[in-house]
Write a protein that binds this ligand. Structure first.
Ligand SMILES: [Zn+2]
Length: 125
């Protein structure tokens, strides 16, 4: 039996890696929802590129704020499977519509983001 002295173990390393994992995940989620809202707005509200209508800009800001405040952090699954449902009803309806429309289109434009999102929605991640 060999006793472990735990050399080289530093709390700061762990804290940093958890922190950056959360950041990466949230960044990816924010990018995904931003792209979905853009696809939806461009198709429905006669906007183009990153210039969105007032409603969709508000929805995007709201989604980002909800993500930043998500209590699950790095353990966060798909919002659609979440037991909290932190979106207020009006916004939730809008974001559901956006995802229903843009989800399939994401596969073509941003396959990696879309696949990540789909796997999460199915609880495979
Ligand atoms: Zn719009």
């Amino acid at each position: 039996m060999k006793s472990s002295t735990g050399g080289g173990f530093r709390y700061s390393d762990i804290r940093y890696s958890i922190f950056s994992d959360v950041m990466k995940k949230l960044e990816k989620e924010q990018k995904t929802i931003a792209v979905m809202i853009r696809i939806f707005c461009n198709a429905h509200h006669e906007t183009s590129g990153k210039l969105l209508c007032a409603t969709c800009t508000e929805l995007g800001d709201y989604a980002r704020e909800r993500l930043e405040k998500c209590p699950f952090g790095a353990d966060k699954g798909a919002c659609s499977k979440c037991r909290i449902h932190c979106y207020k009803p009006g916004m939730r309806k809008q974001v559901t519509e956006v995802m229903r429309y843009s989800g399939p289109k994401m596969l073509k434009k941003h396959p990696l983001l879309a696949i990540d999102h789909l796997l999460k929605a199915k609880g495979l991640r």
